[in-house]
Every structure is written in C-alpha cells, then in structure tokens.
Design a binder for this molecule. Structure first.
Ligand code: SF4
Length: 241
C-alpha cells in the first residue's frame, strides 16, 4: 500500500478514536442542502437574479387563477437600486389597465406621501404582494399569495433595499409572517435579514379614513429619519469646514 495512504489512514483512525473518546458519534454534514436564496430576503448569492431575470422567469404567468381575469401583469417599477421599497397588496382597476403599480387614486395619494418626505417615485421601488388584479378588487386568497409572493421575494433580493414599507394588512402579514392586524403592527421597525421593515396603512384605507393620515405621516417621518441617519457618507456631499 502507498506510504502516504497508510499515513492518511493512520491519521483518520486516531481522529476517529479521539471522537470516540469525546463521545461524539455523528459529524455534521458538510455543505448546506437547503437553498438559502429561496427563503432569504436580502442575502447576496450567486443565485440572486436581476429584476429583468425575475421578470423573464415570471413570463406570461398562469400559475394561479388570477390570470383568467387580469388584463396585465403588474410586475413593479422604480429604481432597481432603491433604498426604500414600498409593497402593497395587489393591483386595482387602473393598475390592471396600465400594468403599473399604484396609478389610481390610492397611487396618487402615495405619490403625494412620498413627495412629503422629499422622495420621487423614480427614487423608490413599488410593487405588490400579488401581480394580477383579483376580480372586483376582492382580497387576495392564500393560495394566490403563496403562488405569487416568491417572485416578490426574488425582486427584493435583486434590489436589496434598506427599508421596506409594507402598505396595509396583506403586505404586512405576508412579509412578517403573522396574522396580527395592521393597527397592531404599524408604527415601528422590524428587522428581517438586515432589512428594516415598517408597516403602515394602505393609501386606499386613507382615502376612506382621512383621519388616519397623521399616523402614516408619523411612520413616514420615521422612515426619513432612518434613511438620513444611515446615509452613505459619500452620498452626502462635501463636508463644510
Ligand atoms: S397573481 Fe402572480 S402567480 Fe397569479 S397569475 Fe398573476 S403573476 Fe402569476
């Protein structure tokens, strides 16, 4: 037998005797059979797709029953390197026609809310939990959310925002994996895999309940503060002496 092979077997034998003495009967398997990219929001990985690749993978999606009644898939739009991502529930009438998120009355209010914190729509990324309009604007059903949301998670991993603002109950519950109501969830940050997640009321809810705007304003101020405090120093411009 080759001398180096004999030495290797000797080392292995001593190592196994050492493990036996220590009472260790099994060793952890090397490598991770689970694919972290499939359940992670933010971790960079060679498997992370670009937004274009996620869109191509979605294709002319017919994975759930909502494809039967939609006019357009509403994929999402905005800055692919956005620090802030806003995620709503699903497309409504106007969004279904135009194929763009938040373009109806609720969308116009969202644009105003963003402008109030000195952000333009083009600076953020806007998407929804589901990408096709439910008939008569009914709530999304759990099988639809389950089928569609993996594409949203791929978008989040492509963008890797610093903050996600979940707009309304369905977005907050899906992203935080909870059944708690938006009234209990809103108004504070939750950290998920390095991303700050803050739920607030959906703009459509504000159109019906304008007296709740002040709470959303408080949430928006928290977002502004966080973004300012965590701004990249190289983006702040020259220091004044
Ligand atoms: S809602 Fe999502 S999963 Fe369902 S058909 Fe539309 S894109 Fe596909």
């Amino acid at each position: 037998m080759d001398r180096s092979l004999q030495e290797m077997i000797g080392h292995l034998k001593s190592f196994l005797e050492y493990l036996d003495e220590m009472g260790i009967e099994t060793l952890p398997a090397s490598g991770n059979p689970a694919d972290p990219a499939s359940c992670s929001l933010s971790a960079p990985s060679p498997r992370n797709l670009t937004l274009e690749e996620v869109r191509a993978e979605l294709g002319d999606c017919r994975r759930c029953k909502l494809h039967q009644t939609r006019r357009n898939i509403v994929f999402g739009e905005g800055n692919p390197k956005a620090r802030l991502m806003l995620i709503g529930e699903g497309p409504g009438f106007d969004e279904d026609i135009q194929g763009k998120p938040f373009v109806g009355k609720a969308g116009q209010l969202l644009t105003k809310i963003l402008q109030a914190i000195h952000l333009q729509r083009e600076e953020v990324y806007i998407a929804n939990i589901i990408k096709c309009r439910p008939p008569q604007n009914r709530n999304p059903e759990s099988d639809e959310i389950e089928t569609c949301s993996p594409f949203l998670f791929k978008q989040i991993r492509a963008i890797r925002p610093q903050i996600i603002c979940a707009l309304g109950t369905f977005a907050a519950q899906t992203l935080l994996k909870t059944d708690a109501k938006i009234t209990a969830l809103r108004g504070r940050f939750y950290e998920r895999e390095g991303i700050q997640l803050i739920p607030t009321f959906h703009p459509a809810f504000l159109l019906r309940n304008p007296d709740r705007k002040k709470e959303v304003w408080e949430d928006m101020k928290q977002i502004t503060r966080w973004l300012l405090e965590h701004q990249d120093p190289y983006e702040r411009g020259p220091e004044k002496s």
